[in-house]
Design a protein around this ligand. Structure first.
Ligand SMILES: [Zn+2]
Length: 269
């Protein structure tokens, strides 16, 4: 296992609402998670005197890869990611079950988490789970390429991994979507006090300009509807939305995702 005692994780805002995560290990050796834009990341790295040794890509969407070429040119380093991202600069293709070690930063395990896209990977290091656009704080990614069955399976596996890691297991996501996600969570589960408390906490953080795209898996399980399709109160709410009884967890998940998409559509009117 890693000799790094306590890596520091920095959150770098890029584009309109994406985040790049920097994992700073020993002697400023740093791993970069995703590369939606190079400029702010290069600035943050130089300001802190960090030494990038690897970039890990979660999936092929432009807002996660389009800064990769410029970053890799500025800082020669290893680039890990899915096969689909070779054309944008991934050199070491990784997939489900792979493990690799980044000198100075630690061990990483790769989990295939399809649903948002077919190629989506999550990376796990110590207590940190970098889940890109699969699991969001308070929500989950849209089903652009995958099925509801795939996404539910991916989320179930991430939740189980959280149990395995323990109470400190923490997710780090690709976007600042928490406020909108929790607005839906509170709509779907109006009587959940943990969601109400989290809405207040996130509002305070956002008004101070703080990012909210990382949270413990424990908090996610109590407040994220997409990890709660089997919780009776939410299941009943989904059934009221659909107007019929739902036996199947995948169907309940699919309907919950539709409900959120409808809700977002209404919110934009
Ligand atoms: Zn995406």
């Amino acid at each position: 296992m890693s000799t790094v005692t306590a890596p520091t994780i920095h959150c770098i805002p890029v584009l309109s609402d994406n985040y790049v995560w920097l994992i700073e290990g020993d002697d400023r050796a740093t791993v970069i998670i995703d590369a939606g834009e190079a400029g702010p990341v290069i600035e943050a790295i130089e300001a802190r005197g960090l030494k990038p040794v690897a970039t890990l890509i979660t999936h092929h969407h432009g807002d996660h890869v389009q800064g990769l070429a410029a970053l890799a040119q500025r800082f020669p380093m290893a680039v890990y990611g899915p096969d689909s991202c070779r054309r944008v600069g991934v050199e070491t293709v990784v997939g489900e079950g792979d493990r690799f070690s980044v000198p100075g930063v630690g061990e990483f395990a790769v989990m295939a988490t399809p649903g948002h896209t077919q190629d989506h990977l999550s990376y796990v290091s110590g207590q940190a789970i970098f889940c890109g656009d699969t699991l969001f704080t308070g929500g989950c990614g849209r089903l652009f390429e995958g099925t509801a069955a795939q996404m539910l399976h991916s989320l179930d596996r991430l939740a189980a991994l959280g149990d395995e890691i323990g109470p400190e297991a923490t997710i780090y996501c690709g976007h600042e979507y928490t406020t909108d996600s929790l607005r839906f969570a509170a709509h779907a589960e109006p009587d959940n006090p943990d969601i109400a408390a989290r809405v207040r906490e996130v509002a305070t953080k956002r008004s101070n300009g703080e990012p909210t795209a990382s949270a413990t898996m424990d908090l996610e399980k109590r407040t994220n509807p997409f990890l709660r399709v089997r919780v009776p109160a939410l299941r009943e709410a989904i059934e009221r939305y659909v107007g019929e009884c739902i036996e199947d967890d995948i169907e309940a998940f699919a309907q919950l995702r539709h409900w959120k998409d409808d809700f977002d559509g209404l919110a934009r009117l």
